[in-house]
Write a protein that binds this ligand. Structure first.
Ligand code: PHE
Length: 344
């Protein structure tokens, strides 16, 4: 029996030594130390032994068990350490390798221009406001002195949703909304950027959806010269200190008098060339003094308050500033076009 136990120990230790995986070890453990294993078998036969032999063999059997278990544990630790080593080796990162370049985006040209316009007017004390793109006929037209049937409504072909609802054709309704909110009780000095919609056929200079930035300043003693001063500062900061502006008489139902502002052509500085079609000037925006009826409808006393308003198209401004030749570039979003305007 003693020999059998020693034989089993040698056998098990030999196998443990050769085991290559944790699974092998587990199989050996079950085979030798399990309830149906050979050692249990040997112990079962102990009844045949003499009183003196029994404790000796019992002790030996325990020692054999311990020896096998210990060998298996040692081997297990070794295999686990090896496995970890292998894993660490596979996962090492060579920090000296050059990295893969990460592609970064940037703001859309239109977003940048609108933000530039905003910053510029915030610098002159204007607040930035917003209004809804789906607008009521009242705010889009009536509150701006364009009653139903007014022929000037034809200047802005509209997308109607119902009789009384439409996609706003300009950002001017935000003038009426803001003045209405302020209830004729305090000055207004705001700009409003946003999308506007007109039933136009899309081509290089027209789009059924485009952007506007509205401006409105209402207070006591606001004059035409204030409008000119603010727009002059805007034009010079946006296009360059060497540019001049001029105001031409125009017509809008919500301003009186109304003007259109031109800036001197950057190519010929007013001489006349192909860029400005020989005139020396390029039209930039519309504006004027807020019509007294518009002030009154919004709850302002037109005897006390006066104001100016203007509206401009950031696409047009970006086109002039960067020489973009087709308004559709802003909406088709070809990355090759857009990334030219990403600031590094
Ligand atoms: N809303 C006018 C347009 O879209 C522009 C404008 C705004 C004119 C404010 C005067 C005052 O054509």
């Amino acid at each position: 029996m003693k020999e059998r136990l020693e034989e089993l120990q040698a056998e098990a230790l030999g196998k443990a030594e050769k085991a290559e995986t944790l699974k092998d070890l587990q199989d050996i453990r079950v085979a030798y130390l399990g309830k149906k294993g050979p050692i249990t078998e040997v112990l079962r036969g102990m009844g045949k032994l003499s009183k003196e032999e029994r404790p000796v063999i019992g002790e030996l059997a325990n020692k054999v068990r311990e020896a096998i278990a210990e060998a298996l544990d040692t081997k297990k630790d070794k295999l686990e350490a090896e496995e970890l080593e292998k894993k660490l080796e596979q996962e090492t990162i060579d920090v000296t390798l050059p990295g893969r370049p990460v592609k970064v985006g940037g703001p859309h040209l239109l977003t940048s221009i609108v933000e530039e316009i905003e910053d510029l007017f915030i610098g002159m004390g204007f607040e930035v406001r917003e209004g809804p793109e789906v607008e009521t006929d009242y705010y889009n037209f009536e509150a701006l002195n364009l009653p139903k049937g007014h022929p000037a409504r034809d200047m802005q072909d509209s997308f109607y949703i119902t009789e009384e609802l439409l996609m706003r054709t300009h950002t001017s309704p935000v003038q009426a909304r803001t003045m209405g909110e302020f209830k004729g009780a305090k000055p207004v000095k705001m700009i409003c950027p946003g999308k506007v919609y007109r039933r136009d056929t899309d081509d290089a200079t027209h789009s059924h959806q485009f952007t506007q930035v509205e401006g409105l300043y209402v207070d006591k003693d606001v004059r035409m010269s204030d409008l000119k001063g603010v727009l002059n500062r805007f034009a010079k900061q946006m296009f360059g200190e060497d540019r001049e502006i001029r105001l031409r008489p125009s017509f809008f139902p919500f301003t009186e008098p109304s003007v259109e502002m031109d800036i001197s052509c950057k190519v010929c500085h007013g001489e006349g060339c192909s860029v400005c079609k020989g005139t020396g000037w390029i039209e930039i925006l519309g504006g004027g003094m807020v019509h007294p009826r518009v002030l009154e409808m919004a709850g302002y006393d037109s005897e006390q308050y006066t104001g100016f308003a203007f509206g401009m198209g950031p696409e047009r401004i970006a086109m002039l500033k960067y020489g973009v030749d087709d308004i559709r570039h802003f909406y088709t979003n070809d990355v090759r076009f857009l990334k030219q305007y990403h600031k590094a």
